[in-house]
Design a binder for this molecule. Sequence first.
Ligand SMILES: Cc1cc2nc3c(=O)[nH]c(=O)nc-3n(C[C@H](O)[C@H](O)[C@H](O)COP(=O)(O)OP(=O)(O)OC[C@H]3O[C@@H](n4cnc5c(N)ncnc54)[C@H](O)[C@@H]3O)c2cc1C
Length: 420
Amino acid sequence: MTGAIHVVGAGLAGLSCAVKLADEGERVAIYEAARMAGGRCRSYFDATLDLTIDNGNHLLLSGNTAARNYGVRIGASDALVGPEECEFDFLHYGSGRRWKLRPNASKVPWWVFFADRRVPGTGPLDYLGAGKLLFAKQGATIGETIRCEGLLWENLWRPVMLSALNIEPAIASATLAGAVLRETLAAGGDACRPLVAKGGLGHAFIEPALRKLQSQGIAPRFGARLKEIAFDGARVSALRFGDEEIAIGAGDRVVLAVPAWAAQELLPGLTAPDDHRAILNAHFRIAPPRGQPLLLGMIGSLSEWLFAFDDRLSVTISGADRLMDAPREETAEKIWREVATATGLSCALPPWQIVKEKRATFAATPAQEARRPGAKTQWSNLFLAGDWTNTGLPATIEGSIRSGYRAAELAKPPIAPVHA
Ligand SMILES: Cc1cc2nc3c(=O)[nH]c(=O)nc-3n(C[C@H](O)[C@H](O)[C@H](O)COP(=O)(O)OP(=O)(O)OC[C@H]3O[C@@H](n4cnc5c(N)ncnc54)[C@H](O)[C@@H]3O)c2cc1C
């Protein structure tokens, strides 16, 4: 009998790791500090709004292969919805100009030759410049790699990179931007259809995973905060949760799938990202007007992306550190004025909620990128997972699930050789 695999943290990295291991017949135990699973990707009931909302609106793209595979594994592949073809609606807030960005499905980007598919006022050759990101030098910023000004920058690359990297793009890592570009626009429109968990993040990513694990006899232990890891030479020998100690036997393995700051407390000496950026979400309890697109990119306003759910309109603002100390009511009013203009709704401020996530993602700078550790550690039975580990992607759902799968591969006991 092989040992058990202990997964600490039930965010997407931990859940995806556990789901894959359980699918492959491994014995799995999950420990989660909070009273619920999901970590930075969760739904909860908000009493002010009398609605179930998400901690933040999450956008995925059809090219997020690991996230889609995870959806299939947990039986929730239909929970992400979006247009059949790649299209993004945009509004320039100052001028009121609207357009649709419509990359064609295949890898050959003929869409740039059609004015009604590209950003107004731009020409086909303008789009070539961003290609340099695909070959960016390790350690370079976007600002050092491409020109961060002009119409195309302001109306496409800056907003797209800001939402993908959650930091002012000019100072962000060019290799991370290149990775995003390679897996999305450069892979053709088929890889960049927007996908949104319209029924909520819990419904799309968390509850089906918990149900599936439960059907396999695995129930996470909630309220179980790992306080200390004990080592015996080159291996982990015990996990200490306050008063309780779980012995880690010879065949047991541990996957630490906690955020970077928690991993650094548990593993002194671990080099990991230590600078983070915030995301602010504003939720308004009001039905979207007829015809409102599921997702609207807003340029030149405080609001960046407007999501239209059946029971609410929600705005996401990335790299939002400057708003963390701003009065909530003032922020809600300002965002609502913009939303009302964008949607044509003329009513007063509806019931609202502002959700601030201060450490939403690690700061995607070259310096922080260089601090991301791999999944293997110096201890033979301890592996790391999380969006902050070295996935090659920014801190995203896709990155966290890839890290969970990678840790699962490493933590699986080796297959014993068959002797004739
Ligand atoms: C507001 C917001 C908007 C976002 N938008 C997008 C988006 O549009 N698209 C996208 O792809 N990504 C987005 N992201 C990023 C995405 O949510 C994260 O990359 C992903 O959820 C991280 O998952 P994780 O499992 O790596 O980490 P976490 O979700 O942080 O999970 C770690 C878990 O470990 C638990 N834990 C911590 N310490 C301990 C301990 N000592 N013992 C036991 N358990 C512990 C935590 O409670 C948590 O549940 C967004 C994030 C935020 C916050």
